[in-house]
Each structure stands twice: as C-alpha cells, then as structure tokens.
Design a binder for this molecule. Structure first.
Ligand code: ADP
Ligand code: 5GP
Length: 222
C-alpha cells in the first residue's frame, strides 16, 4: 500500500493547533500522527514517544547521517524532525499521515511529496493570539513576548500553504479542518460526489486572501 496522503499542519504557537489536531484525530479515522523527534527537553507532563521522541543532539545528528529523517529543521535553537519510518508505517497500515511541523519542515516535505496537503492555521488577530497565550497560562511573560515575535515571523510563511484556516470559532474551525481532510480523500479516490468540497474550498488560500489581510496587518505584515 503506497497511496497514503500526507497532511501537514503548521501554525504559530497559541493559534490552537494542538486543540484542532486532537479533535481531528478523535473524529476522523485512518490518520496516523507522526510523533516528531526533538532535542528540546520535555515540558510539563510531556512523555517520551507521546508528544515527542526526546533525543540528544548526538542521536539526532546520527539520524540525519543515516538518512532516517523525511525532513528536519532547527526551531528556536533545537532540532526537530520527522522520521521516515512514520510514512512507511502509515502506508503499511493503509492510513494517511498527519504532520505537525514548522514552515521550514513543510517546505521540505512538499519538495519530496509534492501532493502533500498543507494547512496553515492563523489566529484571528495578534491581540487574540496574545490573549490565548495568556489564558493557556503555560508560559512566563518573557516567553509570551518571544512567542509573539516568533509568530510575526512564522506568519510570513503562509503563502506556501494550500489551505488557510482562521481559527476564530473553535467548532467552525474543527469542521473546516475535517472537511479539508475528507474532501481531499474523496477527490483522490475519484468519488462522484463530495459534500465536503464547498467547505474545504472556502479555506483554499486563493479564496481567503482578502479575509486574512486584516490579520496579517495586525502582525505588521501584508
Ligand atoms: P497551539 O498548539 O497552537 O500552541 P493550543 O491548542 O494549545 O495552541 O491553544 C492555545 C490556547 O487557545 C488554549 O488554551 C486553547 O484552549 C485555546 N483555543 C484554541 N482554539 C481556540 C478558539 N478557536 N477560540 C478560543 N480559544 C481557543
Ligand atoms: P514546540 O517546541 O513548541 O512543541 O514546537 C516548536 C515548533 O516546532 C512548532 O512550530 C512545531 O510545529 C515545530 N515542530 C514540531 N515537530 C517538528 C518536526 O518534526 N519538524 C519540524 N520541521 N518542525 C517541527
């Protein structure tokens, strides 16, 4: 079995990516989540092999040398990467692969797998992103300020994604993300009818460009 689809999801921290990915995995069957490798230390309740496979920098460099990574990047001073074995496992299980990776990683995957479907999640505004980071109560003030600066940079990468999801109302966003996955699966299977297509297409980048201008402007970009 080698016709698994690859779905890539990226977002600035605090946009609601974890919340939406968890919903997607609960509600849509047949998605194999890739647990990334990282050299950063576990945070809070994070567990090895659940949120990440936590490895040393030496082990990570070894994985690069042995060509065991589909993509990798240095993010915030730490290495992060996707093991190629997750793609093999998804193919063997007849499932699609779901990647939660950054903008640099998404570009690398698109080079190797051009038909990978990429989704960029945007917060409704910089102000709302700041409010969510504070409400999550996970970070100190200096970390929140750093995340906001990083978000401003990461958001500039939205242009290379297929779909843009503005995570305003959570229920609506969860439905839209589900529709993107379902519609893409139906399209690839050659199905005659595709009820998810209109909702999915409403999130295609070309169709949201004017809607996202105020959001980009709130981060000081266009
Ligand atoms: P990320 O994984 O992108 O860093 P999280 O999923 O941890 O973000 O979400 C950040 C915070 O925002 C959490 O407290 C979450 O409950 C909240 N959140 C997520 N989506 C929404 C939404 N649509 N509206 C309001 N709050 C949200
Ligand atoms: P965090 O340390 O907050 O969990 O993640 C920091 C960033 O690293 C996020 O933008 C996340 O998407 C990204 N990331 C997580 N895993 C990977 C990976 O395997 N590859 C790449 N390129 N980025 C990753």
């Amino acid at each position: 079995m080698n016709n698994s689809s690859v779905f890539i999801i990226s977002a600035p921290s605090g946009s609601g990516k974890t919340t939406l990915v968890e919903r997607l995995l609960q509600e849509v069957p047949g998605l194999h989540f890739s647990v990334s490798y990282t050299t950063r230390a576990p945070r809070g309740p994070e567990q090895h092999n659940r949120e990440y496979c936590f490895v040393s920098r030496e082990e990570f460099r070894e994985m690069i040398a042995q060509n065991r990574l589909l993509e990798w990047a240095e993010v915030f001073g730490n290495y992060y990467g996707t093991a190629t074995r997750f793609l093999d496992e998804a193919r063997q299980a007849g499932e699609d692969l779901l990647l939660d990776i950054d903008v640099q990683g998404a570009a690398q995957v698109k080079k190797v797998i051009p038909d990978a479907v990429s989704v960029f999640i945007l917060p409704p505004s910089r102000m709302e992103l700041e409010a969510r980071l504070r409400r999550r109560s996970q970070d100190q003030e200096d970390v929140i300020q750093k995340r906001l600066r990083d978000a401003t940079r990461e958001i500039q990468g939205y242009g290379s994604y297929d779909f843009i999801l503005v995570n305003d109302d959570l229920e609506q966003s969860a439905e839209r993300l589900k529709a993107i996955v379902t519609s893409e699966r139906l399209r690839r299977s050659g199905a005659q009818s595709n009820e998810s297509a209109p909702l999915a297409e409403s999130c295609r980048k070309e169709n949201v460009l004017s809607q996202i201008q105020p959001i980009l402007a709130s981060f000081g970009g266009s």
